[in-house]
Design a protein around this ligand. Structure first.
Ligand SMILES: [Fe+2]
Ligand SMILES: [Fe+2]
Length: 160
């Protein structure tokens, strides 16, 4: 699995989760919380894979790394705003669509611009990087400590 394909699969999973969240209503507070929890986990693993492995590997072939890193911080802020919003309030849908717009824009930019630039690394490197990222992804998903950290941050945001 090439590194960029792994990230595209992630993007599609994130898009799917956001779509499911958008389909919920104010009466589904529990489902909203549950889907947001899932999104928190998926997004945090995805962003770590990019920040720690993919971006450093492509920094010499893509001029977009600096801006993309700053977009990750903006997404993090948006996400925090969504977590802080009462899922039974009408504002929740507004926060959600702002988050979705930002994520779509960022992921689209990666897919249309950065990933094509990354092809300059060559087949073999993209494949090796993909394997490394897949191993790290499984490790982060299984890690109790990583999951605990993400959950703790999420609950702190929800209660501040
Ligand atoms: Fe990204
Ligand atoms: Fe991404």
């Amino acid at each position: 699995l090439h590194a960029d394909q792994l990230l595209i699969d992630d993007h599609n999973r994130l898009r799917d989760l956001l779509g499911r969240l958008e389909a919920t209503s104010c009466d589904d507070a529990n489902q909203r919380r549950q889907l947001l929890n899932e999104l928190t986990r998926e997004l945090s693993v995805h962003v770590r894979l990019e920040d720690e492995l993919f971006y450093p590997a492509v920094r010499n072939v893509s001029p977009l790394i600096a801006i993309s890193l700053s977009e990750h911080r903006q997404i993090d802020d948006r996400f925090a705003a969504a977590l802080r919003t009462d899922p039974t309030s009408p504002r929740f849908a507004i926060e959600l669509s702002a988050l979705k717009a930002q994520l779509d824009q960022h992921a689209g930019e990666e897919e249309r611009e950065m990933f094509p630039q990354a092809q300059a690394l060559g087949e073999a490197k993209l494949e090796a990087l993909g394997q490394q990222m897949q191993a790290r992804q499984q490790q982060l998903r299984r890690s109790k400590l990583a999951r605990f950290r993400v959950a703790l941050k999420r609950e702190i945001l929800r209660h501040t």
